[in-house]
Write a protein that binds this ligand. Structure first.
Ligand code: APR
Length: 260
């Protein structure tokens, strides 16, 4: 999509934002690639290099070598290296500052919406968060940094309290999503009048139900993504472009139109 067309579409999104009463932003890994975090199914995505089967809860529990591989990745900073929000995250935070955002529903575990300035209480993390590690035995939670520090001397850290298996607090394939978070996200989506999808293939359920609930409630759908999604035909505006560029243009149009 050429730049003029992207700007035209961004202005149309700005008009929808200004007219909307309750906006839900739904994000996927594509909003964080410009922060240096690879996505899963885009070009060079994680699943083009690693086997998603190794990230099922079943394999993690049954195979010590899978736990060892994942902790090694974490120790090498592959998952939680020094990461910063990008323009797209800051644009979503600005929506909240303008009083136009009901909530952010994210599939991401990188904490970048909160780091960009969105209030934690309106960021619903459907797939958990990499800030903590949970013991599968006694359910005790530990800060991720505390366990990473132990990896210098232990390949596969165990819970100090009950010797149980420690697992990053992100949701693995085959694991249930956090019930309260999911039900609140679905409730908010069903009450919104505009749902803006940014950087997701919308292929993984139940997360991908969230924009569908918004659509079924009569909300307008906006999609900002590089590559197709199953909801493209239902979008009031669909922009094929980089999240950082598009969302910066959108917020520039919003602010100039409302005189901010
Ligand atoms: N701007 C816009 N779109 C982008 C950008 C960008 N800068 N970078 C990547 N994309 C697009 C990709 O082309 C892809 O279409 O974002 C989309 C990301 O899709 P996925 O990699 O499938 O990520 P996501 O939809 O979040 O996956 C959902 O799957 O593997 C599980 O738990 C994991 O939460 C994840 C879930």
């Amino acid at each position: 999509m050429d730049r003029d067309n992207i700007d035209l579409q961004s202005e149309r999104i700005a008009d929808l934002i200004i007219a909307a009463r309750r906006i839900v932003v739904f994000t996927g890994a594509g909003i964080s690639t410009e922060s240096g975090i690879p996505d899963f199914r885009g070009k060079d995505g994680i699943w083009t290099k690693l086997d998603p089967e190794d990230f099922t809860i079943q394999r993690f529990v049954e195979r010590p070598e899978v736990r060892k591989m994942q902790w090694k990745m974490l120790a090498e900073g592959g998952m939680i290296k020094e990461i910063k929000p990008n323009d797209a995250h800051y644009a979503v935070a600005e929506l909240e500052k303008l009083g136009k955002l009901d909530c952010v529903v994210t599939q991401n575990i990188d904490n970048l919406h909160q780091a960009a300035g969105n209030s934690p209480e309106i960021v619903f993390e459907l797939h958990g968060n990499m800030q903590y590690v949970r013991c599968l035995g006694c359910q005790k939670r530990f800060p991720m940094a505390e366990i990473i520090a132990r990896l210098a001397v232990e390949d596969v850290p165990a819970c100090e309290h009950c010797k149980g298996i420690l697992k990053p607090d992100a949701v693995f394939f085959g694991e249930a999503l956090p019930e309260r978070v999911l039900s609140e996200a679905v409730k908010r989506a069903s009450q919104c009048d505009l749902c803006i999808v940014i950087g997701s293939t919308l292929l993984v359920y139940p997360a991908a139900y969230v924009p569908l609930y918004a659509r079924d409630a009569g909300a307008r759908i906006v999609i900002v993504n590089i590559g197709e999604t199953p909801m493209d035909a239902q979008a009031a505006v669909r922009v094929e472009g980089k999240a950082g560029d598009v969302m910066s243009r959108v917020m520039k149009h919003v602010k100039s139109k409302i005189g901010k």
